[in-house]
Design a protein around this ligand. Structure first.
Ligand SMILES: Cc1cc2nc3c(=O)[nH]c(=O)nc-3n(C[C@H](O)[C@H](O)[C@H](O)COP(=O)(O)OP(=O)(O)OC[C@H]3O[C@@H](n4cnc5c(N)ncnc54)[C@H](O)[C@@H]3O)c2cc1C
Ligand SMILES: NC(=O)c1ccc[n+]([C@@H]2O[C@H](COP(=O)([O-])OP(=O)(O)OC[C@H]3O[C@@H](n4cnc5c(N)ncnc54)[C@H](OP(=O)(O)O)[C@@H]3O)[C@@H](O)[C@H]2O)c1
Length: 279
């Protein structure tokens, strides 16, 4: 049976007309335990459907250590027709009530394998658009748990103002270099670099998978230049979230290098690529 918990929309930061950050605070108690990478299901009564409750899943961007609220980054889906849930949500104000279901979902970090082997390879997380959300939760969780693995977050967006957590991630990288306690890197890529709204952008151009493209002169990708070595299944594990096209493009580049995705796991249960996709 579905148990709808009550919550309050405690904070909204509108990044642009159709993209916003929301915090949902449980009305009673605190955020229940969950694993970084999981999603929460939100519910709202939809006016145009006689108050029927419509529910949708959203990847949790806040880490499990934050107990006061869930943080989410949500796109208002407008095409080809306005989305049922998001159209309702983007009409809400701070302080309004919302329903939520206990977090769930299989996506998340691998720390240990079924054969008992500890997972200690570099972690590369590739997020397209709002597909960055689970990686914010994972990165903050890895930092909070003083994990020693090297962590690289790569984010791809169409427009600069959609680089939702850019400032926080840049600060995290600087802090990691200054203090040396958390081995963290962040890079972003803009897929529509010639548009006027992106005129300030001088960084990586192309969709997020462009970080894996080899420079024919050096035979190194920009990811390899960043980490300072060749990327292999022995030294790196990948996590991807975004459109299926993003997942496919990454798999197409990594599989010929010997990387194995979760669905094709080896006989001992291990693999090198985990993903969650949409669309
Ligand atoms: C595990 C998981 C995590 C997710 N995390 C996030 C997240 O972090 N952030 C985020 O923004 N989203 C996330 N989503 C997506 C989210 O769950 C919703 O699918 C999304 O917000 C759209 O919901 P909606 O009710 O507004 O749209 P819907 O009403 O469900 O419409 C979905 C699409 O179908 C189209 N459509 C609807 N009706 C018709 C019709 N009659 N004819 C043609 N087209 C139609 C709409 O235009 C829209 O493009 C996640 C999904 C999953 C499964
Ligand atoms: N876990 C999940 O299932 C999950 C999580 C988050 C969001 N979502 C849902 O995903 C939808 C849109 O996401 P978004 O608005 O965040 O994405 P977006 O802003 O439309 O796209 C983000 C990036 O992905 C690229 N892209 C777009 N379509 C692609 C494709 N088919 N193949 C490869 N790359 C593609 C874009 O490149 P261009 O500039 O070239 O278009 C852009 O660089 C929403 O409906 C959202 O609710 C689902």
């Amino acid at each position: 049976m579905v148990v709808d918990n009550k919550g309050i929309i405690s904070f909204i930061r509108v990044l642009k007309e159709d993209l916003a950050l929301f915090r949902i605070k449980p009305l009673e108690g605190q955020v229940p335990d969950f694993r970084a990478g999981q999603f929460v299901t939100l519910g709202l009564p939809v006016k145009s459907e006689n108050g029927k409750i419509v529910r949708r899943a959203y990847s949790i961007a806040s880490p499990p250590e934050i107990k006061k609220h869930f943080e989410l980054i949500i796109r208002w889906v407008k095409k080809p027709v306005p989305g049922r849930f998001t159209t309702e949500l983007f009409d809400r104000k701070e302080g309004d009530e919302i329903y939520w279901l206990k977090p769930t979902g299989p996506f998340g970090l691998i720390d240990k394998w079924p054969n008992g082997k500890k997972e200690d390879r570099r972690i590369v997380m590739m997020g397209g658009g709002t597909g960055l959300a689970p990686f914010i939760s994972m990165a903050l969780h890895l930092k909070a748990s003083r994990d020693k693995r090297e962590v690289v977050v790569l984010h791809g967006a169409s427009y600069v103002d959609e680089l939702s957590y850019r400032e926080m991630l840049q600060d995290l990288e600087e802090e990691s270099i200054d203090k040396g306690e958390f081995n963290f890197r962040y890079r972003a890529s803009i897929s529509r670099p010639d548009e006027w709204l992106n005129r300030s952008w001088s960084g990586q151009k192309g969709r997020v998978e462009s970080f894996l493209k080899k420079d024919p002169l050096t035979d190194r990708s920009n990811l390899e230049k960043l980490v300072g070595e060749k990327i292999t299944p022995e030294n790196t594990m990948f996590y991807i979230c975004g459109w299926q096209g993003t997942v496919d493009a990454v798999l197409q580049q990594l599989e010929p290098l010997g990387f194995v995705e979760e669905k094709k796991k080896r006989a001992d249960g291990t693999y090198d690529i985990r993903y969650e996709s949409y669309g």
